[in-house]
Design a protein around this ligand. Structure first.
Ligand code: FE2
Ligand code: FE2
Length: 264
């Protein structure tokens, strides 16, 4: 099974730019064309939050219009820039989304089980899952404790070292880590939010953060660094699973680059 991950697509209303400078809408179209042009067609696409920038219905209608260009089935989770009610209304035909409350869900139609955690307290930019959410996670994991499982969540549950992102990190991750550490079938936790590729060992599994299809947040590790972002090479991730070899996660850059060249 091949799972493609897009993250932080930050769709704007038609004709509007992200941060007034970047055409995130056009970049999402490029990301979709990139997935359609891969030599192996993904079986599923997961979009790990920040689907829009302001949470307004006109952004969501445009996000749905663009994402519906995908010829591959896709799942969505919210990020801190999403507005839960507008998100739910926009994706009303996505039957896996719960009709009320946080957008936690489980999709068990594939060789890999997918659990999505809504880490977004409404009106805040940091991440957190409350006790009810952790209880849902615990019971959902316990219901199928041997099937290979991926957990999707927008906020990476660790300190990145990038000071302006860590102010909006997932707070108090230890209770979540305890739930996950008790299960040995979690292949990986897939996140977004930081607009950069990162990987970390955590809670007995691997956490991978996916780059954005639009801007790259600056890699600055000085605690006093000022927030910056760049137009770097946009990217997505490709998670290749098979029961014999397990999961391998690739970063796949979007766009045209020189090559191919012979290397033997
Ligand atoms: Fe984002
Ligand atoms: Fe975010």
């Amino acid at each position: 099974m091949l799972i493609a991950q897009l993250s932080d697509i930050h769709v704007r209303p038609k004709g509007r730019l992200y941060k007034d400078v970047v055409d995130s809408n056009r970049m999402l179209v490029a990301a979709i064309e990139h997935l359609h042009g891969l030599d192996r067609r993904p079986d599923l696409v997961v979009v790990t939050g920040d689907l829009v920038d302001d949470g307004h219905p006109d952004e969501y209608s445009h996000a749905v219009e663009l994402l519906d260009r995908l010829t591959i089935p896709f799942l969505v989770i919210p990020g801190n820039h999403d507005q839960r009610d507008n998100f739910r209304a926009a994706f009303a035909d996505h039957r896996y989304l719960p009709p009320q409350g946080p957008l936690h869900y489980c999709v068990d139609d594939h060789p890999v089980r997918i659990l999505a955690l809504d880490t977004c307290p409404q009106g805040k930019h940091h991440g957190h899952v409350d006790a009810d959410g952790l209880a849902w996670l615990q019971s959902t994991l316990a219901a199928n404790p041997h099937k290979p499982t991926l957990v999707l969540m927008h906020h990476p549950p660790f300190v990145s070292g990038i000071p302006y992102m860590d102010r909006f990190r997932y707070f108090d991750a230890n209770p979540l880590a305890e739930v996950l550490r008790a299960h040995s079938n979690i292949e990986a936790v897939l996140c977004g939010h930081v607009h950069r590729a990162m990987v970390r060992r955590w809670a007995g599994t691997i956490v991978a953060a996916c780059p954005s299809t639009t801007t790259e947040i600056a890699l600055q590790l000085d605690p006093g660094a000022e927030p910056r972002s760049y137009l770097g090479p946009p990217a997505c991730m490709l998670h290749l699973w098979d029961p014999q070899h397990g999961l391998v996660s690739h970063t796949s850059y979007i766009g045209a680059y020189p090559g191919p060249y012979r290397f033997f």
